[in-house]
Design a protein around this ligand. Structure first.
Ligand code: NAG
Ligand code: NAG
Length: 335
């Protein structure tokens, strides 16, 4: 469809469409058989109308000697025109030529490289951020600064194609039976990069299939660590699961105080009804904190308010609590 519409637009003289056709024929698309000659023709027509994308395309063809003899001089000239018109890809390529020293002059010019990488980065060009980071990390052309380099690298990391990988993992898990392991591996990889969704999903797969991929003790221990990382990013469901793991001693020692404090965090910060209910139960039974029937009632009430689903279990718990109040009263009266 893109090919079809670009062709229509190019026929009525649209230079952007010509440039994009050039990109498609240069190998950016599987919709056409790549051809250096055709790409060159489209880039040339676009450039004849002063089109920045067309100039950048011509620059690349001349740099790589595709359909024309390789010429750094011409490449530099075309990238220069493209960069002047504000096209980020042209700025990046010109920066790269100066950075590597593959220019007409044949020498590296780090000042110019810095200038063009900076211009391209201001338009959000990911590779430009990367090369700026390299320059700041190594102190080439600039004062060495690890802090600036780290900030720039972070910019690169956050612009990665993680969302595609998350979708792929999700698709594997949902659509293909027997692909849970492949999905798990992808989630684990992304979890290591700090993605909370991936941490939670990897933990979930391990939690639901504790014996499928690892021995159960190892699955729970990995899941506990993953829930803990996701909980650290304030995900309520992960806090709840981590609290459960501490309550039941899954993947590590049981720790009721820790469980109570995690249920409390999920109750108070995210109004999670299940967490409120569990916290109430711990107050009712004096598990991990001092038994307190009034606080138990308060959290049961809050759970019922927070979620309609909690109504029945809360009613049952409140009935039980009413009996316990009476028992406590009688016990106090008889001693
Ligand atoms: C374009 O030219 C380059 C360099 O000569 C060559 O490697 C490549 O195979 C050519 N592509 C096509 C589609 O002819
Ligand atoms: C799981 O159990 C096995 C065998 O009892 C033990 O060798 C291994 O260290 C345990 N792994 C963890 C993570 O606790």
């Amino acid at each position: 469809l893109a090919l079809n519409y670009f062709k229509l637009a190019a026929q009525s003289g649209n230079a952007n469409a010509m440039a994009y056709l050039g990109k498609m024929y240069a190998g950016d698309s599987s919709a056409v058989t790549p051809s250096n000659k055709t790409a060159l023709q489209y880039f040339t027509s676009a450039a004849q109308s002063g089109n920045a994308i067309g100039y950048a395309g011509l620059g690349l063809m001349h740099l790589q000697g595709r359909g024309v003899p390789a010429s750094p001089q011409k490449a530099e000239e075309f990238f220069g025109r493209s960069a002047e018109l504000g096209y980020a890809e042209g700025q990046l390529q010109l920066g790269l030529m100066h950075y590597t020293g593959i220019t007409q002059a044949g020498i590296r010019d780090l000042k110019k490289a810095l200038k063009y990488f900076t211009l391209a980065s201001q338009q959000g060009n990911t590779l430009a951020f990367f090369y700026l980071a390299q320059m700041h990390a190594a102190g080439s052309g600039v004062l060495r600064s690890c802090q600036t380099a780290a900030e720039l690298y972070k910019n690169v990391a956050e612009r990665g194609r993680w969302s595609d990988q998350l979708m792929e993992a999700h698709r594997l898990y949902k659509e293909e039976s027997g692909s849970a392991y492949a999905a798990l591996l992808r989630y684990l990889f992304l979890a290591d990069s700090g993605y909370e969704v991936a941490q939670s999903n990897a933990a979930y797969i391990l939690d639901q299939n504790p014996e499928a991929f690892f021995p159960a003790n190892e699955s729970y221990s990995r899941a506990r660590q993953l829930w803990s990382r996701a909980a650290g990013q304030s995900y309520a469901q992960a806090r709840l699961k981590l609290a459960d793991y501490h309550y039941y001693g899954l993947g590590g020692p049981a720790n009721l105080e820790q469980a109570a404090s995690l249920y409390r965090a999920a109750s108070e910060q995210q109004s999670n009804a299940q967490a409120m209910f569990n916290l109430a139960y711990m107050y009712e039974r004096g598990l991990g904190l001092e038994r307190d029937l009034h606080l138990a009632k308060r959290y049961y009430d809050q759970a019922a308010e927070a979620s309609a689903d909690a109504y029945m279990p809360v009613m049952l718990a409140l009935c039980r609590l009413a009996v316990e109040f009476v028992m406590d009263y009688l016990r106090a009266a008889t001693t």
